[in-house]
Write a protein that binds this ligand. Structure first.
Ligand code: NCD
Ligand code: ZN
Ligand code: ZN
Length: 379
């Protein structure tokens, strides 16, 4: 819980948040529970990549999460049901032995997507949604869409088949300020889209602003949103803490402290429209530590622990299960997981890196202390 101290500054019990200059210490707060049990969570926004990278990262998600919405921004994109089924098979083939994990596949919406493809996707047991990337908005989005008008027949088909549309919500006009792109997209594109297709279920992915949180909270239950660990734990100062920090660069970019607080409130108050989506997005170190570094933060190895940190901070651990394990399943009309996991109160150091050298992947909150550790499954 953040509390206003005598100086009016916010207090926190998280030493790393203190280091980032977000809060001040000397807080007197209630003790944290030693043990927390929750339904096994799902990750409703995940990048697994393909080939060697897929093999390296899939286990980090599958160790905790039962299912994940797998984003289709491969190069070339996963644009057809047949491609999504092949990709699902490649993922399942490299899930570590003895681990149960179901990839929930998505199609990449392009200018070529047809209403017939939407019908095929709906009929396929592996495809669960279609992803909209505005052309040029983010990693591997060059195949994305330029305007939505030409896609009306496809969006109407999705509405008819009740197949959710997932949206990377940022405007792409070169003159738009990078910190305003989500708001511009929300006002100019997303709000009109939600109004025009009144039966379409929409997930506003990885929301980053107070405006986006308010829009989703005020919309009907057919509009949901995922929230990442980095947007709950960091504000934009983290990109420039003592120098430029490429491992804190993702899209949409981190925003102001007031935005972060609004996201924390949305995630922790029990509103079923908000659910866990890590946007864990691995990039090899040399592609991020570069003159033109890639956008994306790899959080899978510390994902549930990072969210626990946020909920602990808010004295809202009793609502972590809804956010992590119930709201997303309910939105996607999938059964909630029956398995249960344990989180143990124990200070531990997160891993800094997956692998070594230029091909390694820096892990979110590298090497910092977490207060909850994943303690396995309830037998
Ligand atoms: C994601 C990636 O690397 O695929 N990057 C990111 O910064 N979030 C793409 C995305 O989710 O927009
Ligand atoms: Zn995105
Ligand atoms: Zn993403």
């Amino acid at each position: 819980m953040l509390r206003a101290g005598p100086t009016g500054k916010l207090q926190s019990r998280n030493p790393d948040a203190l280091r980032l200059g977000l809060f001040e210490s000397d807080a007197v707060l209630s003790p944290l529970p030693d043990r927390l049990e929750l339904s096994r969570p799902d990750d409703w926004h995940l990048h697994l990549r393909d080939g060697a990278m897929l093999e390296r990262v899939v286990g980090a998600t599958a160790r905790v999460f039962a299912r994940a919405i797998v984003m289709p921004n491969l190069d070339p994109p996963v644009a057809t049901t047949a491609q999504a089924e092949d990709y699902a098979a490649r993922i399942s083939a490299v899930v570590p032995d003895g681990v149960a994990f179901t990839p929930l596949m998505t199609l990449y919406l392009t200018g070529e997507t047809s209403p017939e493809e939407i019908a095929r996707a709906t009929a396929s047991p592996v495809v669960h949604a279609v992803k909209l990337y505005p052309k040029g908005a983010t990693t591997n989005s060059s195949a994305g869409v330029e305007g939505l008008d030409a896609l009306a027949p496809v969006l109407e088909a999705m509405e008819r088949h009740d197949l959710p549309l997932l949206v990377h919500g940022e405007s792409t006009a070169p003159g738009d300020d990078v910190f305003d792109r989500e708001r511009i997209f929300l006002e100019g594109t997303l709000a009109p889209l939600v109004e025009r297709y009144e039966g379409l279920r929409v997930v506003f992915e990885h929301i980053t602003t107070a405006d986006a949180a308010a829009f989703v909270a005020e919309s009907s239950s057919r509009v949901g949103a995922t929230i990442t660990p980095q947007h709950l734990l960091l504000n934009r100062n983290a990109i420039f803490e003592g120098g430029i920090r490429p491992h804190h660069y993702c899209l949409p970019i981190l925003k102001r402290e007031g935005d972060r607080e609004a996201l924390v409130a949305a995630a922790t108050r029990g509103d079923p429209s908000f659910f866990l989506g890590t946007d864990s997005a691995p990039h090899a170190r040399h592609t991020k530590e570069a003159p033109c570094g890639c956008a994306g933060i790899y959080s899978a190895p510390v994902a549930i622990e990072s969210y626990a940190e946020v909920f602990a901070e808010e004295d809202a651990l009793q609502r972590l299960e809804g956010f992590a394990s119930h709201h997303g399943a309910d939105f996607y009309r999938l059964p909630r997981n029956e398995e249960r996991i344990v989180l143990l109160r124990e200070d531990w150091q997160g891993p800094e890196s997956e692998g070594e050298g230029p091909e390694s992947v820096e892990v979110f909150w590298a090497g910092r202390t977490f207060r909850y550790r994943f303690g396995g499954f309830v037998r």
